[in-house]
Design a protein around this ligand. Sequence first.
Ligand code: FEO
Length: 164
Amino acid sequence: MLTDKMYAALNDQIKHELYSAYLYLSMATYYADQNLDGFAHWMEVQAQEEVEHAMKIYKYIQERGNRVILQQIDAPTTEFENPTAPFAAALKHEQYVTSLINNLYTLATEENDYATQVFLQWFVTEQVEEEDNVGKALHLVEQLSGAPAGLILADKQLGKREEE
Ligand code: FEO
């Protein structure tokens, strides 16, 4: 069994991961509406990854003998100023999620919960990758979005993202 504090914090993290999926889907549909199908694809893949993150925690809580209590998920932003804005917002969001994972790890240490520390190490590493992926995509979009041809090129490039 998890301690009460550890359980509550992990249970909360499921909501944050599912909100992330919701946010990236919102960005995907914004791009699809702008006929930027490559950007939309990139965001759809990202959203799928977030559901996988949520499911990892969901299964872990159950493995530890606790019951998951799903919480309300906030509505995501639906309007963006320009095609660069969602990627900039995504990077900020990933930095926020990294801080949440770090807080979970700190709590697992305080609770002397060694199994959860090991479990969370995957997420610590994953967040490095998440920030790097979004940061690189943002950089590409920023570099190329000055001109319509550049935007199409960036769209093509990000449309190649494979599911992991
Ligand atoms: Fe689940 Fe993008 O962090």
